[in-house]
Ligand binder design. Sequence first.
Ligand SMILES: C[S@@+](CC[C@H](N)C(=O)[O-])C[C@H]1O[C@@H](n2cnc3c(N)ncnc32)[C@H](O)[C@@H]1O
Length: 445
Amino acid sequence: MVYPNSPFKITFNNKLITHLFIDDSVTKTSVSNEELLKIQQWLCSSPKITSLRVNTLKTNIAKVLKVLNTHFAENCNYTPNVYIHPSFTNVIIIDSGNCSTEFEKFDKEIIVDTDCASAILRGAHIYAPGVLGMVSGCQVNENVSIYADVAKKCKKGLQRIYENDFKIFIGNGVVKMQRHQLFATENITPSGIAVEVTDTISGCVPINENILPIGEILLQNIPSILCVHNLNPKSGDVVLDMCASPGNKTTHISELMQNKGILIAIDKTPKKVAQLQKRCEDFGAKVYSFQADSTAILSDTLSCSNIIDGPPFSPQSFDKILLDAPCSVLGKRPQLANRLSENEIKSFVPLQRKLFESAAKLLKPGGIMVYSTCTITLSENEGIVAWALKNFNFLELVQPDLSLGEPGWPGTSLSDETRSLVQRFGPNSEVDSVGFFFAVFKKKT
Ligand SMILES: C[S@@+](CC[C@H](N)C(=O)[O-])C[C@H]1O[C@@H](n2cnc3c(N)ncnc32)[C@H](O)[C@@H]1O
């Protein structure tokens, strides 16, 4: 089901997705307008499957499957198909299949922001910070209908029906927190589940990580799982995760390393590093985390450094590097509204190049690095790969061990053969997931 017709503002310039902006010169990919429309509609719809990664450092897949099956049988109006992903031994797929998307609306309503609405459409419950409005008189355990504030005009704490042409009906739920708990006091950020979702117009069965002890499972998209799988971290490796918070991929790396070796995880701000540390602790991941700007963690003059002391590091320090770069996030699904400006989108490429340059130098000869983004633009994906191959002749692109995506788009200096080595995730991919991109590089020996 497609929600609004486009996630973007009317003034959004589609060239931002399909063109390569290099030093003010513009090159166009041959993605047709028809294909672009298909991508936009796909971005506005929800994936029908939910994937979750089982943390085998703390539990096993058989136990998780049992808990999930019991949970769905006891708590849901519809029992989804739950199975182990054919390509991964630690990933479970929840396929909502033909779950009904037609149900009655209730008189009482809850208004949520678009990020929260997007999460609900993928099967999340409503957490307190996402609630913008709740009609007065709502009681705990009462049924309510849920609407998304696409216009972003709803004032926090609204207590009457929200009159706005751009509110979208998202689904129904059962109230678990009252108004005074949600909006009451200044200086206290409310937390916890405010509304348990029962039905959504996407047909995704609600699922919550809290049905298992913390750190045993993580709701994670298949392309993100695949990207770490192709980094192939092993016990004993020295690995760098350059842009690591909140730590979804870091915890996967530590699991594949069986906590043996050295895993360094970096993020730029103290708040993000705190989130990263908490996640690693919850998941039992042995990680050395640091707050730093990863564009400046290399010291050309340092001949040797003790890696676990943190940056700066000397060149050629790491066997494996993940550069999961900050990006325009235009691969998010479903998108209900997007307010990114042209300048904001363009600002990512220079940062991605700087981060890439650090990574390329920090990689050992024979080492593997993965560059990834959760966006669909040509500039941030194939554009970065083409620029990297031109500027770092000591790097080569390698075929991922496991490919479930599509070849890269044309429009850069990459040949057809090279484009078949990168992995782009869009409406034509084998997996029904988010928009994503990754490329695997090896440093020549
Ligand atoms: C795409 S997110 C990473 C997601 C993470 N890899 C995961 O899977 O959970 C990008 C991260 O890069 C961080 N970041 C942005 N600029 C950075 C820089 N110059 N150095 C280090 N981290 C940076 C952001 O704070 C953000 O947490």
